[in-house]
Design a protein around this ligand. Structure first.
Ligand code: PLP
Length: 338
């Protein structure tokens, strides 16, 4: 079995998580009768100090439901130019919401309040109506970078002053919370909606939760049905989510420590041109010519380590629940041998 560092989405449920899934009490969630889904949603809402939550099949669906609820066709959404909602969701903002994107050049995926402020369109018939700002924390293409809370507060103020909604793509928010020792309730107080993936570092097979005010979640539930995301006995999967929120948050620190160790091994290698600062569980590095990302990925693969070439000259490793300390030692040996 190769050591799979392509993504933190590749994890399999642990025996204890599977046990929780097998023992789940279930019902029809479209009727609102699945106790495990209801429990997961209540738990997530409470964790962030928000009123309600909605269990969704994927992070993409959570984000797209939120964007649909916060916009009208012809609106403009502000986000960073490498934001997942913009470049990795199949054109969903245009397809699902009929809105367009104002993409800003950020610093490792993060934008600043002044940039947001300058990108808001004036009330002019020529211009699209700016209605929503989407942030991503941690930033995937930013190499798992974390937002500064002070900057988010400034962006919140710009949004409030200009009647814009503020959504957080928090696919890996728990990585940021653990790395920064931050309180989820603070995030609940800053955003109009938050999506959090259960299928990444938290180790669930599928699932994401969208969190927000009760009226917003009521509307989101309707949109989820329209998107085909109304699940029946979803409780078997939701039970994995409950288990993950109870047992898999604190341990993300191990993934971060593993990523830091892999970074150290890469630093000494001639084929590595530059490594993005490693703040959480993602390591993105640039490959020195004449090598290219694909050729290094192939060499790694032959040595039993899987990574992803995210551009012609950039490779990505992601640490996760199924990567043990022994595997990290092995990865380091392989890197040293290249
Ligand atoms: C993975 C990811 C998503 C989407 O999650 P899926 O469950 O794969 O649809 C959204 N945003 C970011 C930043 C991600 O990394």
């Amino acid at each position: 079995m190769p050591i799979d560092l392509r993504s933190d989405t590749v994890t399999r449920p642990t025996p204890a998580m599977l046990q929780a899934m097998m023992q789940a009490k279930v019902g029809d969630d479209v009727f609102g009768e699945d106790p495990s889904v209801n429990h997961l949603e209540a738990m997530a809402a409470r964790l962030f100090g928000m009123e309600a939550a909605l269990y969704c099949p994927s992070g993409t669906m959570s984000n797209q439901i939120a964007i649909k609820c916060h916009t009208q066709p012809g609106d403009e959404v502000i986000c960073e130019r490498q934001a997942h909602v913009y470049i990795y969701e199949g054109g969903g903002i245009a397809f699902n919401s009929g809105s367009q994107v104002r993409a800003l050049e950020g610093d490792r995926g993060r934008i600043r309040a002044e940039q947001v402020s300058a990108a808001i369109n004036p009330d002019d018939v020529h211009k699209a109506r700016t209605s929503l700002v989407c942030l991503e924390n941690t930033s995937n293409r930013g190499g798992g970078s974390c937002y500064d809370l002070g900057e988010i507060s400034k962006i919140r103020k710009v949004c409030t002053d200009n009647h814009l909604k503020l959504h957080l793509d928090g696919a890996r928010l728990f990585n940021a919370l653990v790395a920064g020792e931050q309180d989820p309730v603070v995030y609940g107080g800053l955003f109009d909606s938050i999506s959090v993936c259960l299928n990444k570092g938290l180790g669930c097979p599928i699932g994401s939760i969208l969190i927000g005010p009760a009226a917003f979640i009521r509307q989101a539930r309707r949109v989820r049905k329209v998107f085909g995301g109304g699940m029946r006995q979803g409780g078997f999967m939701a039970a994995a989510g409950v288990y993950a929120l109870e047992h898999h948050i604190e341990r993300l620190a191990e993934d971060h420590a593993h990523a830091a160790r892999i970074r150290q091994a890469l630093e000494k290698k001639g084929f590595v041109k530059g490594i993005m600062p490693v703040e959480t569980n993602i390591i993105i590095f640039e490959v020195e010519e004449p090598y290219c990302a694909k050729s290094i990925a192939n060499e790694l693969k032959e040595a039993g380590v899987l990574a992803i070439a995210i551009s012609t000259n950039q490779l990505r490793f992601v640490t996760h629940l199924d990567i043990s300390q022994e595997m990290v030692e092995q990865v380091i040996k392989v890197i040293e041998s290249l």
